[in-house]
Design a protein around this ligand. Structure first.
Ligand code: THU
Length: 134
């Protein structure tokens, strides 16, 4: 899918799917999987804070629970300007893809593209435990 369209889906998730009563910092993500299917999601905050789920993980877990295992690209937007995935989300992206484009956007026209290798160099992943995605 075109980057612009993927970003539009992330914006839609940010605006309509996030649950952020504590920070009011809204994040949306849209992830394109190996077969071109797309899943989106927003961040979900929990009153005791630590169970909070980032938008990236919401989108990725939706895809994985529908049987997908390989991420091609992920677009991320927030209510606070350019927002990069947290360390936990970088590792979750790594679980389901090594050759991933990470699109950090503010609008469908204004975005930067990074590789996962740039954001998580020298990573540890399934192959280090002898596992290919199953
Ligand atoms: N958050 C995300 O959803 N994704 C990110 O990449 C950074 C942070 C969320 C978690 C929390 O709900 C809020 O943003 C403030 O940290």
């Amino acid at each position: 899918m075109e980057n612009k369209k993927l970003i539009e889906m992330a914006i839609e998730a940010r605006d309509n799917s996030s649950y952020t009563p504590y920070s009011n910092f809204k994040v949306g993500a849209a992830v394109e999987m190996e077969d071109g299917s797309v899943y989106s999601g927003g961040n979900i905050e929990i009153s005791s804070y630590s169970p909070t789920n980032c938008a990236e993980r919401t989108a990725i877990f939706k895809a994985v629970s529908e049987g997908h295992r390989e991420i091609k690209k992920i677009a991320i937007v927030s209510s606070g300007g350019e927002t990069f995935p947290c360390g936990v989300c970088r590792q979750v992206i790594r679980e389901f893809g090594k050759d991933v484009q990470i699109i950090i956007a503010t609008t469908p026209e204004d975005y930067k593209v990074f590789t996962l290798e740039e954001l998580l160099p020298h990573s540890f992943g399934p192959e280090d435990l002898g596992v290919k995605n199953v």
